[in-house]
Design a protein around this ligand. Structure first.
Ligand SMILES: *Cc1c(COP(=O)(O)O)cnc(C)c1O
Length: 432
């Protein structure tokens, strides 16, 4: 019935997460507030990690794409769950360093890494740098040469695969700012160039076809396209790539009608195709990496808000405004993303009203849900927006000088803050 097993309804008719009453959480920590269920997050990590054990004899690494929700506690959880970490900026890398994350299991992404970021990655012995373009190849070679060390790299390839998802989160096609194109020969040039450098150790290849992808077929296709390319590389250079990173992008439930595959099913299906392709092309099965982000945290987090003004426009629609909005959840204004909404203190009631849930920011597009069913709302009700675990906190801003909400983790009946609510003083800390 719910988008996540973390959620339920208790005897008071209140929404619960991880067994705790969301109304109690809202009272203790205030609203708006992000709330996550740690056991569900860990279950998702384990589903991926164990599928590597089962399908690849453990010869692989699942790297949590931290951009989905990055904070020190998430880094610590991923470490405990035997995962690696995918970072895309100096700031995410810094978070991992401060959380004590093992740097050998960090992979560093980005289509425009700065020299300082590359230096930081090299100085901290990041396990793999995923090189996106020729400028970066040269910059990294210079850095490595100066230090007279070898830096392990993968090359990001655009495999030319189109997926059915929002165009802003499609990344495998030739018209993308990410990576080296396969079709044009650019990818092969990049491989040869890297093999000719003295200080870059080419471990293998990477591709990531997009995000919130429901179909399995594009992932399978990516596996076979990349296996074929590994064979071509061997034919042309005599060198066989040892690692293949197939990215993330597995779809999750935003609406109860969404029906994504189980994660282990993705990994299993891809492994079948990859093994068959490797046999067909006569190459060794590479060490496999995955980078799930959304699928680790997305459905396991919710946001709690307090309902304020209810504005009925006869014959048009009813706006319910909340004490947050696009500053803490920009997904609607970015992609018209849809989220399930509910009244947390009336969760047992029928959803017999249709409302548009609006934020408090000074933008007409500042909406969280449009024409969505919900229980009858009065001022002071607690509204829960579901599946906000990914790309909410991490995309949040201080627009209108709204302090960022707290993030609360629930585990075994206990709720604890993992990110403090920002204060007004935080907002002016860097003002001069
Ligand atoms: C965003 C991204 C991911 C994670 O995508 P999800 O949809 O959150 O699983 C993984 N790898 C790369 C390179 C990405 O850009």
């Amino acid at each position: 019935m719910f988008v996540s097993d973390a959620l339920n309804i208790n005897e008071k008719g209140h929404l619960t997460i991880g067994g705790l009453d969301t109304i109690d959480i809202a009272e203790e920590f205030g609203t708006p507030c992000y709330v996550f269920d740690e056991n569900q997050i860990r279950d998702n990590c384990r589903a991926f990690v164990s599928s590597i054990d089962e399908n690849y004899d453990g010869k692989g690494l699942v790297c949590y794409a931290s951009k989905a929700f990055c904070c020190k506690e998430m880094c610590r959880i991923c470490d405990e769950e035997r995962m690696g970490l995918d970072v895309v900026s100096g700031g995410e890398l810094f978070t991992a360093i401060k959380a004590g994350f093992p740097m050998g299991k960090v992979i560093f992404h980005g289509n425009n890494k700065t020299k300082d970021e590359l230096l930081m990655a090299v100085q901290n012995n990041v396990g793999r740098i995923i090189v996106d373009n020729f400028t970066e190849l040269e910059m990294l070679e210079d850095i490595a040469a100066e230090k007279n060390i070898k830096v392990p790299v993968l090359l990001r390839i655009k495999p030319g695969i189109e997926v059915h998802t929002h165009e802003f989160i499609r990344t495998g096609q030739i018209d993308s700012k990410f990576g080296f194109a396969l079709e044009t020969g650019e990818a092969m040039d990049a491989v040869k160039h890297t093999l000719n450098t003295k200080h870059l150790e080419l471990r293998g290849l990477h591709c990531h076809i997009g995000s919130q992808v429901f179909e399995i077929d594009p992932f399978k296709l990516a596996g076979s396209v990349m296996a074929k390319f590994i064979r071509q590389i061997r034919d042309e250079t005599g060198v066989e790539m040892q690692e293949l990173n197939l990215g993330g992008g597995f779809g999750i439930k935003y609406l109860t009608t969404d029906n994504p595959e189980k994660f282990y099913e993705y990994v299993r299906c891809v492994s079948v195709v990859l093994k068959r392709s490797c046999e067909e092309y006569g190459i060794k099965l590479p060490f496999v990496l995955f980078e799930p982000g959304r699928s680790i945290v997305g459905a396991e987090g919710i946001t709690l808000y307090t309902a304020g003004v209810v504005k009925k426009i006869p014959g048009i629609r009813t706006y319910v405004s909340i004490d947050g909005g696009m500053a803490d959840n920009p997904r609607y204004i970015l992609y018209q993303a849809q989220h399930e909404i509910m009244c947390a203190n009336k969760a047992g009631w029928e959803k017999d009203c249709i409302i548009t849930l609006a934020g408090k920011c000074c933008e007409s597009g500042d909406l969280i849900a449009e024409n969505s069913p919900i229980q009858r709302i009065e001022v002071g009700d607690i509204i829960a927006v579901l599946s906000t675990g990914a790309y909410n906190y991490s995309m949040s801003s201080n627009y209108n000088r709204l302090p960022r909400p707290a993030a609360v983790m629930v585990k075994d009946g206990v709720a604890r803050e993992i990110i403090k609510r920002e204060t007004y003083l935080d907002l002016i800390r860097n003002d001069i």
